[in-house]
Design a protein around this ligand. Structure first.
Ligand code: HEM
Length: 229
């Protein structure tokens, strides 16, 4: 008897998201092998992986509002994958930092923790992402029940810590991190109940306005009635 393998079916959107998420890593590896990583390859690799991790984290946070508020349901299917990719890039980012920069000498890393505030917030965000990744399976979701939702709300704290990390890492120009902080702020605002209710009721009323009149309903009068003679 032959065992039936589970069929893996991906939508075009899912394939696009997986390819887009893996592309920066592939490009990084190719550039590293070709020696195309600027005059400071470690810094370049740290920057690239950090930036990608941050973008993917923000993208994963955008999925729920995209679905609940704007009806973009495919977003829900890629939310978990985006979060996991964000962790993957954060892991590479962290490994380059402690591995290549410090030769895995945790003593030196701890000294750095005391001195550099951006490392403290980055590390805190990394630990949150680690906890979320370890509990991201269906089995853990079942086991943790209500606590799973509570735990996974920490993703917002991770997002905020990452923005502080991004701002504090910059030497001078903080315009880009501020733009990303604004995007995160907007996403948090969209989750706020009063804002959600307003957007949803606006969408419902627009949909009702667009609904065609039923045959039994009197047609909408668009022109003024001719005056009675
Ligand atoms: C695990 C702890 C972390 C450490 C030790 C760490 C360390 C660093 C270092 C050393 C830099 C470059 C600083 C410089 O050379 O000027 C950096 C930049 C950055 N990191 Fe991290 N990081 C950590 C976690 C994270 C996480 C979790 C994220 C996002 C999810 C992240 C996102 C970024 C970003 C966006 C940049 C700036 C990139 C740019 O300017 O293009 N980091 N990080």
């Amino acid at each position: 008897m032959t065992a039936k393998l589970p069929t893996l079916r991906f939508t075009k959107f899912q394939i696009f998201v997986h390819v887009a998420a893996l592309l920066p890593l592939v490009v990084l590896i190719i550039d590293a092998l070709r020696g195309n990583l600027s005059y400071n390859p470690i810094q370049e690799a740290t920057f690239r992986t950090g930036k990608t991790a941050m973008i993917l984290l923000v993208a994963s946070l955008a999925c729920t509002p995209a679905n609940t508020l704007f009806g973009f349901t495919p977003a829900i299917k890629v939310r978990r994958a985006l979060g996991l990719y964000a962790f993957l890039y954060a892991l590479v980012h962290f490994t380059i930092y402690i591995g290549v920069d410090y030769g895995f000498d945790l003593r030196l890393v701890l000294l750095e923790l005391e001195e550099k505030r951006y490392v403290i917030v980055g590390f805190a965000a990394f630990l949150i992402l680690l906890a979320l990744t370890l509990t991201s399976t269906k089995g853990m979701q079942r086991r943790l029940k209500k606590n799973w939702k509570k735990l996974h709300k920490w993703v917002y704290a991770a997002g905020i810590l990452v923005m502080f990390h991004f701002i504090w890492v910059q030497k001078s120009d903080i315009r880009e991190p501020l733009i990303w902080t604004g995007v995160l702020g907007l996403l948090l605002l969209l989750r706020w109940q009063p804002v959600r209710t307003r957007i949803l009721s606006f969408r419902t009323s627009r949909r009702a306005g667009r609904r065609k009149p039923r045959p039994t309903e009197p047609a909408k009068v668009s022109e003024p009635e001719p005056a009675a003679q």
